[in-house]
Design a protein around this ligand. Structure first.
Ligand code: ZN
Length: 137
């Protein structure tokens, strides 16, 4: 079992079968999340920014065989080719861990990106199904 698989297993245990997810653009991180931390002391926005900073560090240090790939295609992220956004998964209602996956420019522009993201989750948790909540975004 490699580090990524170990991480997924730990995440799976933490979620107890229920997770929530969202997609955030790179620009929203800078124009919405960062101000939320600075001006409103948002703990959650801070966690997301920290998670993304860790992701970028991991990408920068990655050796050839551990390159971070796009959520939806084989695009490999490098410091000179950053994602347009991120797919972030959290254990439902807990926010104790975070799974972060980059999304390339082309995939970020897809109209059915949300559906693609859900299919990505289904690959990890084949028995998963979706419960949507209206109103909060
Ligand atoms: Zn892609």
């Amino acid at each position: 079992m490699n580090e990524r698989e170990k991480g997924l297993l730990a995440f799976h245990e933490e979620t107890q079968g229920a997770s929530e997810y969202f997609i955030v653009s790179y620009s929203d991180l800078l124009t919405k999340m960062a101000p939320a931390v600075l001006f409103h002391n948002s703990e959650f926005a801070g966690q997301v920014l920290e998670g993304v900073a860790n992701w970028i560090g991991q990408m920068g240090r990655a050796k050839k065989n551990e390159t971070l790939l796009c959520l939806n295609c084989d695009h490999k992220f490098t410091p000179s080719s950053l994602p347009s956004g991120f797919f972030i998964v959290l254990p439902f209602g807990k926010r104790t861990m975070m799974l972060i996956t980059g999304i390339c420019d082309q995939c970020f522009a897809l109209e059915d990106l949300e559906e693609k993201a859900f299919q990505h989750l289904k690959k990890m948790w084949p028995e998963g199904y979706r419960v949507t909540q209206k109103g909060s975004s």
